[in-house]
Design a protein around this ligand. Structure first.
Ligand SMILES: C[S@@+](CC[C@H](N)C(=O)[O-])C[C@H]1O[C@@H](n2cnc3c(N)ncnc32)[C@H](O)[C@@H]1O
Length: 378
């Protein structure tokens, strides 16, 4: 992991030869927004939000957001295009019941259902997905995973992706516990998260630029909301705490823009650029207008900020990237649970015997009765 973190992405010199008189090229055109005027849910500051639970999630659910999510889906697939299966890394061979939490527009769930036609893939989110066709073995549901889960049979694979900042720390504990409880023994859990702080290895992105400060500002607002965005840094510990074993991780650098020399990273950078260009408004609007620091920002302030962020994104000389992390782990099998319990019982017995051998007596567990008066007076 640390090796991965330290590896610097090589810059493509040809990019600059080809775009010597750099203007805004096709990759960076602002004209492709698919934002639609048909909205459902509740409108706020020009964006549509889910209505299942007020303020449940900071991201909008509208056409523009779906475009961002689709670009994000492609970034994930391209980045892992060298893997036998770009959808997940857990050693899951023939899943029967799969759940995708916070499925968004359901791209992962649909691809998964296509790849495993014998499985049933459930996707759940706070709003109805904007899909008109799904494979018959894919079921997309509207629900809040913080409520009691209603699926009756356990899953053999549960997946989550880009859920950063969706929950408070206590809520994450609850969600991971629900995942654990709703998996078959031996079933797998996997989560892929991206960060929101833009890093740069060659000093090309000024630290005081809007993009250089982006993560700090947005994270401060999310912290203020009680739902930190650095999920990729905290999830490992929380997944382990929930009881998952056999944990693995893979760390990625996701470049923003087509600046890397490596063709896979170049393609992923192109897609990431698209994800960011369409995403920044939605990522900033809710958080900064409600929880911005030092006080909530106005819609207009956010719009100006976002326009400046887009302008930084269009600067081809900025070699920015974010970190992403994938973690997968397994619910222990029944045999493993039995062996663990037996080991713990044995250790407890041995500790008790050692205490007794040393003449240490256990104090009675019942509460001591309150001291009675000895003065003889009543
Ligand atoms: C950034 S999107 C990621 C979507 C999808 N996983 C992907 O990778 O394209 C996060 C999703 O989590 C959903 N979400 C947040 N809180 C949720 C909750 N309590 N129950 C169900 N879905 C939730 C949001 O509505 C949003 O669609």
């Amino acid at each position: 992991m640390s090796q991965e973190k330290e590896k610097q992405i090589a810059v493509d010199p040809d990019l600059y030869a080809l775009t010597a008189a750099y203007g805004v090229d096709d990759n960076q055109s602002e004209t492709t927004s698919l934002a639609s005027s048909i909205y459902r849910g509740v409108m706020e500051n020009g964006r549509r939000y889910q209505t299942i639970r007020e303020g449940a999630y900071w991201g909008p659910s509208d056409e523009q957001q779906f475009e961002t999510l689709e670009a994000g889906h492609l970034v994930c697939l391209v980045t892992d295009s060298d893997a036998p299966n770009p959808l997940f890394r857990a050693p899951v061979k023939d899943p029967q019941r799969v759940l995708d939490i916070g499925t968004g527009q359901g791209s992962w769930a649909v691809d998964m259902a296509d790849m495993f036609p014998n499985s049933t893939v459930y996707g759940v989110d706070l709003y109805p997905p904007p899909v008109t066709w799904m494979p018959p073995n894919c079921i997309l549901e509207v629900d809040d995973v913080l409520q009691e889960w209603t699926w009756r049979e356990p899953f053999d694979f549960i997946h989550m992706r880009l859920m950063l900042g969706a929950f408070s720390s206590q809520e994450w504990d609850r969600v991971y516990k629900q995942c654990y409880d709703n998996l078959e023994p031996g079933g797998w859990f996997e989560q892929l998260e991206g960060g929101c702080t833009v890093h740069c290895d060659d000093g090309s992105l000024p630290k005081d630029s809007i993009l250089g400060q982006w993560g700090k500002n947005i994270c401060a607002a999310a912290n203020n909301a009680g739902k930190p965005l650095e999920t990729l840094d905290t999830m490992g510990q929380e997944i382990e705490k929930a009881g998952f074993v056999d944990l693995h991780e893979k760390v990625y650098k996701w470049p923003i823009g087509p600046w890397p020399r490596d063709p896979v990273l170049k393609e992923s950078g192109r897609l990431s650029y698209h994800m960011w260009r369409t995403g920044v408004d939605g990522w900033a609007m809710f958080l900064l207008t409600k929880y911005g620091m030092p006080e909530p920002w106005s819609k207009e302030e956010v719009q100006v900020y976002v326009a400046k962020a887009r302008s930084d994104l269009q600067n081809p000389n900025y070699h920015g990237y974010i970190f992403a992390r994938r973690i997968w782990g397994r619910k222990p099998t029944l045999e493993e649970v039995a062996a663990k319990n037996a080991k713990e019982d044995k250790e407890a017995r041995e500790a008790k015997q050692a205490r007794e051998a040393a003449g240490v007596k256990e104090i009675k567990k019942e509460p001591l009765s309150p001291p009675t008066s000895t003065s003889g007076r009543s």
